[in-house]
Design a protein around this ligand. Structure first.
Ligand code: NAD
Length: 327
């Protein structure tokens, strides 16, 4: 009996020590994440930069050209101003947030002192693999490499680096300053230490992280994209118009916005890329993108970011106006 107790007690002490050692290690790791490089300053990149900078992190926001960076800064300033008007941010906090952001066009310069890199470039596997090969060369060995990809395999991305244990998915939702969820995706080789650091870090940003495994589309887009694709098919087959489809889903399912408006908001090019990843990844034609979606992206109609998708956004007001093509 005594022996049993002793063994148990020794075992739990050992467990406790191990747990403490482990907790301490990842705690230290996530507390050391101070400089964050964000690659890509489009729809998502500027939102992620905004949220980190507001929490006091030093941000290197990287994009290929200065125009994208200028646009990103203008969006961040507009969104911070909105927070100041609402009374959720002081003018001083706004200035501090902006002072935390440096805009950079050289990947090497932007990432070499980073503790964490978040890749937020276009949803294209060739672009992402090229970036991660460079990150492997230019980042500090201990630097964590995250991707905000909506669907591309984290395991595949990690495979082009020498440190797949430090590669992870950190999938923020749009608009980043508003949406609470971060889908944290463990690649095949992602370590517990890195996963726990990213979970804790997400909480310090005021977000709610959910850990998922690495399969095409993860959870969010595996479920969302077939719904959006089906809504586009309903329009394509003449089941109903743009307004009717979105109204059915808003009023009937209590969705805050209809699937066609949401597709415009995400970016039709992004939706198309995700559907292709789902179709190829599962080898299942049920994910094949609707021909109308393919045509719209080919014609440059990408939704909000291009000024037109299922709705027209060029009038500058908040009113939802169906694009001429669908009237
Ligand atoms: N749009 C959404 O709602 C949403 C939501 C969650 C995740 N995502 C994911 O986030 C990522 C970015 O999506 P987005 O909607 O912000 O795209 P976007 O097209 O708005 O922006 C992409 C940006 O990346 C830049 N870029 C491209 N290649 C680059 C490179 N090699 N180096 C530096 N910058 C580069 C482009 O210049 C552009 O500014 C994608 O992986 C997408 O799947 C998007």
């Amino acid at each position: 009996m005594y022996n049993n107790y002793k063994t148990k007690s020794l075992m739990s002490q050992k467990k406790y020590k191990l747990h403490n050692k482990f907790t301490f290690k990842f705690h230290k790791m996530y507390k050391n994440l101070k400089t964050v490089a964000i690659i890509g300053s489009g729809t998502m990149g500027n939102g992620i930069a905004h949220v980190f900078a507001q929490k006091g992190f030093s941000i290197n926001l990287i994009d290929l050209n200065t125009e994208s960076l200028d646009t990103a800064l203008a969006v961040i300033i507009k969104n911070l101003d909105r927070q100041v008007i609402k009374g959720t941010l002081t003018e001083n906090d706004k200035i501090n947030t902006l002072n935390n952001i440096s805009c950079i066009t050289s990947l090497k310069d932007g990432v070499e002192n980073a503790d964490l890199v978040i890749e937020v470039a276009s949803e294209n596997i060739d672009i992402k693999l090229k970036i991660f090969k460079e990150l492997d060369q230019f980042t500090k060995p201990e630097c964590i490499l995250a991707s905000n990809t909506s669907s591309i395999s984290i395991t595949k991305i990690a495979s082009v680096t020498q440190k797949p244990d430090k590669v992870i998915g950190m999938h923020f939702m749009n608009p980043v300053p508003v949406m609470k969820l971060v889908e944290v995706i463990r690649g095949y080789a992602t370590s517990d230490e890195v996963t726990n650091s990213i979970m804790e870090l997400s909480k310090t940003l005021g977000k709610i992280p959910v850990e998922v495994n690495d399969y095409p589309g993860f959870v969010a887009n595996r479920i969302l994209m077939p719904m959006i694709n089906e809504a586009i098919y309903s329009l394509y087959e003449g089941v109903a118009g743009v307004n009717e489809i979105d109204t059915v889903m808003k009023l009937g399912m209590a969705h805050p916005m209809g699937p066609l408006q949401l597709a415009d908001f995400i970016g039709l090019d992004v939706c198309l890329s995700i559907l292709q990843v789902l179709k190829d990844g599962f080898g299942n034609p049920k994910y094949a993108p609707c021909p109308l979606l393919i045509n719209m992206v080919t014609a440059g109609k990408k939704g909000v970011k291009s000024g037109e998708g299922f709705y027209n956004y060029q009038h500058g007001s908040k009113e939802l106006i169906v694009a001429d093509k669908f009237k």
